[in-house]
Write a protein that binds this ligand. Structure first.
Ligand SMILES: C[S@@+](CC[C@H](N)C(=O)[O-])C[C@H]1O[C@@H](n2cnc3c(N)ncnc32)[C@H](O)[C@@H]1O
Length: 299
């Protein structure tokens, strides 16, 4: 998930690409990423179940979750592939700590381990994998081509890579407030940093040597209760956007959003008609089996 997050650049590999992201995750952005996975649990279950149906007779013993964030994907993969060890790799220590606690909480600590590693740099030191999973993380890599080359090298021939990205920022407000939400997104767009949406990884996958098996777009459309994690997510997410875009909003819009994001009677955390809307793209690609070299025949 792409929390509208802090872009103070502390990333040592930041080579100034327009979409280079910082990895200084403050508590609110870590929580926003975690809440995103909670409210999109059905999506994650759908995609990991589908992935299991696609592996065929590939023996899945080692799985890499790269850019694991708080570990929802790591745990889902460990549950789908019960014979596998799953390694969560991330550049952020804070995230890796969250993965360890979640793994322990779910009784999966013996099969889940964590490694501090960068997709675009040293991830290949983690050895060979049967499956690799990169959800909402490749758009943060400074050098996506290098990241895909590394993922290719990290997979054994015949191994599968799944890449997930959001197609745009999620919408969360009740449908009757959809126009207000669109105005907030429009106000935020000029100050939004990064290039996290509408990515097409098909070309970089092919350049790295992958064969694309499937590109799926999964629509998300669900009514959710604001009293729980969805309300907390919406409040954190929209508050960040609003504080960045405040000067671009009309006074009535700013006042209405302030009431929705506050604790008063109009708070969206008191409503049960939040509407989660969005879509995500899922690429499934294979490192081809080594082809036998053509036999040399004397002239
Ligand atoms: C938006 S979060 C997504 C987390 C999780 N995969 C999910 O789907 O919820 C992106 C994660 O990628 C990590 N990340 C960003 N750049 C990375 C890189 N170059 N190598 C490894 N991890 C990276 C960040 O620290 C963050 O935890």
């Amino acid at each position: 998930m792409h929390a509208p997050h802090d872009h103070s650049h502390d990333h040592s590999h930041d080579r100034g690409r327009s979409h280079a992201h910082a990895h200084s995750h403050d508590a609110a952005s870590v929580r926003t990423i975690e809440l995103d996975t909670i409210i999109h649990a059905a999506f994650l279950a759908d995609v990991t179940t589908w992935l299991r149906s696609r592996v065929g007779d590939l023996a899945v013993r080692r799985v890499l979750d790269v850019g694991s964030g708080t570990g929802a994907g790591t745990v889902a993969l460990a549950e789908q592939f019960p014979d596998a060890e799953v390694i969560a790799a991330d550049v952020s220590d804070v995230m890796l700590e969250r993965v360890r606690s979640l793994a322990a909480e779910r009784g999966l600590a013996t099969r889940i381990s964590t490694e501090k590693a960068d997709i675009a740099a040293d991830v290949t030191r983690l050895g060979r994998f049967d499956l690799a999973w990169a959800s909402a993380s490749l758009h943060e890599a400074d050098d996506p081509d290098r990241a895909f080359e590394n993922l290719f090298a990290a997979l054994r021939p015949g191994g599968l890579l799944t890449v997930v990205e959001m197609d745009g920022p999620p919408r969360v407000l009740p449908l009757e407030l959809a126009d207000l939400e669109e105005r907030l997104h429009a106000a935020f767009e000029p100050v939004r940093q990064g290039n996290a949406y509408h990515l097409d990884w098909s070309a970089p996958l092919a350049r790295a040597g992958f064969e694309l098996e499937t590109l799926r777009t999964v629509a998300i459309e669900e009514t959710v209760d604001g009293h729980g994690p969805a309300g907390e997510f919406a409040t954190l997410f929209l508050t960040r956007m609003m504080s960045a875009a405040a000067s671009q909003l009309s006074a009535p819009d700013a006042a209405q959003l302030t009431a929705l994001l506050g604790d008063g009677p109009d708070s969206l955390r008191r409503r049960s008609d939040l509407r989660l809307r969005g879509s995500r793209s899922v690429w499934l690609a294979r490192r081809p089996e080594q082809r036998p070299r053509p036999r040399w025949t004397p002239p």
